[in-house]
Design a protein around this ligand. Structure first.
Ligand SMILES: Cc1cc2nc3c(=O)[nH]c(=O)nc-3n(C[C@H](O)[C@H](O)[C@H](O)COP(=O)(O)OP(=O)(O)OC[C@H]3O[C@@H](n4cnc5c(N)ncnc54)[C@H](O)[C@@H]3O)c2cc1C
Length: 409
């Protein structure tokens, strides 16, 4: 690659940092500019709702690459630089302050923004979403007061915050419109196991209802009212109702995609000079059927480098299976595979559910589409990976007498 070529990365999270790192590792000696909206070095987010929220880890532990790295590798990291527009013909992106930055190739890695609740009172002080370091610091500070917490949404982030809030000694109520936590991704059977876990730790789980309004005094939250008419005291409300890709400016400029940026297996968009990675990329997956867009740490960690290689015209076919993990109380799990909607999948359990030591498989039409282990750290996730996309009789999957490593036979 020519030394006077400029590669621009829009976004400053894990995918962006790993892409910049890979460009240099692969010997790209042109200009690399990273335009990052936040005023921090790129950092990883999982710790925000786990170790940091529990008071066990500091935020510095989440930094992807230390400050020295950016200087030593001559990567121009511009923090506080919000990209607001793209001109694919002129090959420029424009920042909020009006600065135009030219590129030869562009990577879109702008991640997601937390969805906000659209009810009266959602803007009161003490009502939070959780996406960045500042959100996490504010919620953690609220937890240390041990005053009541209401979590809206029983998804991963909501449940992790609920667990941290219980550990901090807060009364915790979780409000979820679906009949079980994590319903779409885990289905009703495993969703119910997570419900049991949280109830066993003293969480007041209100399922099948939603928030009607949030009330407060002097601009500060005091309670959440449900659609059922219940009034739940709250000094802190954490809204965890999902996230949306931050790509309005890219889609407005004509890149193909419906709320996210469509890319082929080489992570290239409908414009051959523009690539996408991380949460924003809807990948035409060569192994799984159809387009796959996931909001997972491992996806950002792996698509960032893959997109960088693709920008360098290397052969890339991103065929990794989605992988996800969570930690809640004494449950640690890893999940591999992908289901758009697990509610109607067949679930096979193996092991001891009551002891939080089990494996779950999700099958559709007899084919294993996803698998999860809970606290099975000796085997981990590796023996589950080859099973995805294969047919294994459910009774074999459920039989602890058949080693996980023999199931693929
Ligand atoms: C609290 C929390 C806990 C999580 N826990 C887990 C977990 O346990 N396991 C797991 O697998 N995944 C987890 N995730 C998901 C995982 O963190 C994300 O999938 C991952 O951060 C995506 O990385 P990314 O680089 O695509 O985007 P991001 O990490 O969102 O980074 C994008 C960056 O780009 C910036 N940006 C946005 N728009 C612009 C713009 N227009 N111009 C310039 N910069 C912009 C953003 O401010 C942000 O800094 C968690 C997420 C959160 C929020």
């Amino acid at each position: 690659m020519s030394a006077n070529t400029t590669y621009v990365i829009a976004g400053g999270g894990l995918a962006a940092a790993r892409a910049a790192e890979t460009l240099r590792e692969e010997g790209f000696d042109g200009t690399v500019v990273v335009l990052a909206a936040e005023h921090h070095l790129p950092y990883e987010r999982p710790v925000l709702s786990k170790g940091f929220m529990l008071g066990e880890k500091d935020l510095a532990s989440a930094t992807v690459l230390p400050l020295d790295w950016w200087d030593e590798h001559d990567v121009d990291l511009r923090t506080g630089a919000l990209v607001t527009a793209l001109d694919p013909v002129a090959r420029t992106v424009t920042l909020a302050d009006g600065t135009a930055v030219s590129y030869d190739r562009l990577l879109v890695a702008t991640g997601s923004r937390a969805r906000r609740l659209d009810v009266p009172g959602a803007d009161l002080d003490g009502v939070h979403t959780l996406r960045d370091r500042e959100d996490a610091a504010a919620i953690r500070a609220a937890l240390t007061t041990k005053r009541p917490v209401v979590v809206v949404g029983a998804g991963w982030i909501g449940l992790e915050v609920a667990a941290a809030a219980r550990a901090a000694g807060c009364d915790v109520t979780v409000i979820e419109p679906a009949e079980q936590p994590l319903l779409r991704v885990m289905g009703p059977t495993v969703g119910a196991l997570f419900a049991d876990l949280h109830r066993a730790h003293g969480v007041d789980l209100r399922l099948g209802t939603e928030v009607d309004r949030i009330t407060g005094t002097d601009g500060v939250v005091t309670a959440v009212r449900t659609a059922d008419g219940d009034e739940i005291a709250a000094a802190c409300v954490v809204v965890g109702i999902g996230a949306d890709p931050q790509v309005d400016w890219a889609i407005a400029a004509g890149l193909a995609g419906d709320g996210a940026v469509d890319v082929d297996a080489a992570l290239r968009t409908s414009d051959p000079t523009i690539f996408a990675a991380g949460d924003v990329a809807a990948v035409d997956h060569p192994v799984l059927e159809g387009r796959v867009r996931v909001e997972h740490w491992a996806n950002a960690q792996n698509t960032g480098p893959a997109a960088a290689r693709s920008m360098l015209d290397q052969d890339v076919s991103f065929d990794r299976l989605p992988y996800f993990f969570t930690d809640q109380y004494d449950l640690g799990m890893e999940y591999v595979g992908h289901l758009e909607d697990a509610t109607s999948a067949e679930v096979v359990l193996r092991g001891d559910v009551s002891e939080l030591a089990y494996v779950a498989f999700w099958l559709v039409d007899g084919v294993v589409r996803a698998a999860m282990h809970v606290n099975q750290w000796d085997d981990g996730v590796e023996p589950l990976k080859p099973l995805i996309g294969t047919r294994v009789p459910p009774e074999r999957l459920a039989d602890p007498g058949v080693a996980l490593t023999d199931l693929a036979d």
